[in-house]
Design a protein around this ligand. Structure first.
Ligand code: ATP
Ligand code: MG
Length: 555
């Protein structure tokens, strides 16, 4: 793949043509989130497209908060969004912008429309307005206020601003075409009365502009060249253009619609994500199972892999569904190259080497990365008592099981060949300890006589290992296209409280992604840590869901 952020697509072709023809000399894009929730992986596609295009073309991208809906917005959300964009590695142009920066200008443009006879104050109730708007099969009906004198509308609009009327008592509507086949063009509401405390303008305004009126004007005021949005805005484009064509403004950005990111096993809308948070189904917006940027960060995904995923999710005009496994594969590929290898045991089973001298220990050299020598080596303590993975022992196993069963010889990674002599059970008949012998001539994991063993397993020294808690995360939903709470995966979190980690890792683990050999990638999570270090499983080494994804898609 090229080192550009954005793979060639129909938007880059439009930009290329605009630069070629001299229509524009510099690309100017924007990312316009509403500060009413945390960013999710769908937003990442838009971020990587808008910021990515600006980078690729040496242009600029504004971060503009679409803060026209005061009831649902908060400063905390706005801060979280900025943190996430920075973490993804993007820089916005200049200072952060807000639609509310333009409230005065927007108001003035509304006055201009009224003065031109292109907007009027409607005193019908919201229900009446909705009713008379018609639908796809019924044309709209003109409001009885549509042809009221310009002066009257002007006066009422000013008094609306001055706070003389109740919320919902009247609205400002553009005067376009109630017969239009496009519902958005049937005299859309462009201002409403709403008494709500705004995150930036406080109680200064009691009227707020609607999205369709605000967005195009904000774009134009900022000199945006290409205003990229998702396909559901295609029907709004005639309105975007109508507003800019009918006010006195120099700039007319090109609204371009692309396909949104949809992902299997995932619900993305902020409203649905907020429900999960509110109902304590998850541990906040940054729960490692959430499809949010903050969730992915806490889980241990690196921004590189998320950007790689966005780059692979093609930008077209066709709706599409991307398998979640594609995201996980990007994470695996990134971590396979970048994560140091260590050893840890999820479900420890004690192992005693009967012929190893009591009270002694030695150091074993281990490689930090099998494919990359620059990661170097480390020294691991080895002694008479170890922990291995409980399921690396199987009673009465047949010859196809290459790990421990009584009488079988197995290699301990980087250490020695061990032969399992006896499994000790408790009263309940559960295996609680393995008694083994080792061959001192196999240090480093190979024998002088060329004797082969088929299995290699990981281990930690019982005396030196650190106690840790490991959290194994799986998909939040267990159906390909989740519809709601009923589709939640009951096994999306498994907590292993008695896990063990090789010594020397915990102290330096913050911010480092590790591969626990044979078991997956892990990342320290200090969010609620109490007595033991906690590590999240970022992703398994292999995909265990691919088959379900395929079969369910064929249904
Ligand atoms: P949600 O439905 O999750 O609340 P939204 O579109 O209302 O999403 P905004 O904050 O308005 O959220 O979105 C900011 C930008 O991100 C918009 O330009 C929007 O088109 C884009 N965006 C949102 N969801 C997706 C998605 N799934 N794929 C691509 N772009 C998206
Ligand atoms: Mg929105």
């Amino acid at each position: 793949m090229s080192d550009k952020n954005v793979t060639e697509n129909f938007i880059t072709q439009i930009i290329d043509a605009d630069l070629e023809s001299g229509k524009h000399s510099q690309v100017m894009t924007r990312f316009p989130p509403e500060p009413n929730g945390f960013l999710h992986v769908g937003h990442v596609k838009s971020i990587c497209l808008n910021f990515g295009l600006a980078e690729d073309y040496q242009g600029l991208c504004n971060l503009r908060f679409d803060d026209t809906n005061p009831a649902k917005e908060s400063i905390e959300y706005a801060q979280a969004i900025q943190r996430d964009i920075e973490w993804l590695g993007f820089k916005w142009n200049d200072k952060v912008m807000y639609s509310s920066d333009y409230f005065d200008q927007l108001y003035a443009y509304a006055i201009e429309l009224i003065e031109k006879g292109l907007a009027f104050i409607d005193e019908q109730s919201p229900e009446e307005i909705r009713e008379m708007r018609g639908d796809f099969t019924h044309p709209g009906v003109n409001s009885p206020f549509r042809d009221r004198p310009i002066e009257e509308s002007l006066d009422l609009f000013k008094r609306m601003k001055a706070g003389e009327f109740e919320d919902g008592q009247m609205v400002l509507r553009a005067k376009i075409d109630m017969q239009s086949g496009n519902l958005n063009m049937r005299d859309p509401i462009i201002y409403r009365i709403k008494r709500a405390h705004h995150i930036r303008t406080g109680d200064q305004w009691c009227i707020y502009p609607m999205y369709d009126f605000t967005h195009c004007i904000s774009d134009a005021l900022e000199g945006i060249t290409h205003s990229n949005c998702t396909l559901e805005f295609a029907d709004h484009k005639p309105l975007y253009d109508w507003v800019l064509d009918n006010i006195t403004i120099d700039c007319h950005p090109h609204q371009i619609e692309f396909n949104r990111l949809n992902q299997t096993f995932t619900m993305m809308s902020k409203r649905k994500l907020n429900e999960l948070v509110e109902q304590d189904v998850v541990d906040g917006w940054d729960d490692p199972r959430m499809p949010t940027v903050s969730g992915m960060r806490r889980r241990g995904y690196r921004p590189q892999s998320i950007r790689q995923y966005a780059k692979k999710s093609t930008v077209t005009r066709k709706p599409s569904m991307i398998p979640m496994s594609m995201l996980e594969d990007c994470v695996r590929q990134d971590l396979n190259a970048s994560a140091p290898r260590i050893m840890g045991v999820l479900n420890p089973l004690k192992l005693v080497i009967e012929n190893y001298p009591e009270g002694e220990s030695e150091m074993i050299t281990a490689h930090n990365h099998p494919m990359d020598e620059s990661f170097g080596t480390r020294e691991l303590p080895f002694g008479r008592e170890l922990y291995i993975e409980a399921d690396d022992y199987k009673e009465g196993a047949n010859r196809k099981f290459f790990r421990f069963t009584e009488g079988r010889e197995v290699r301990l990674r980087y250490a020695y060949y061990l032969t399992c002599q006896k499994a000790i059970k408790n009263e309940a008949g559960e295996v609680i300890e393995l008694r083994c012998t080792y061959d001192p001539a196999t240090k480093g994991g190979c024998s002088e006589d060329g004797r082969k063993v088929k299995g290699t397993i990981h281990w930690v020294s019982a005396e030196h290992a650190d106690d840790v808690e490991l959290r194994l995360y799986d998909r939040l939903y267990n159906v390909v296209s989740p519809k709601g709470m009923d589709d939640l995966n009951p096994d999306s979190l498994k907590v292993l409280e008695n896990a063990k980690l090789e010594p020397g890792i915990v102290e330096k683990s913050e911010g480092v992604q590790y591969q626990l050999e044979r078991t997956g990638y892990f990342f320290r999570d200090k969010t609620h840590e109490k007595d033991k270090p906690v590590f999240n499983r970022i992703v398994t080494l292999r995909d265990s869901w691919a088959r379900q994804e395929q079969t369910e898609e064929q249904k």
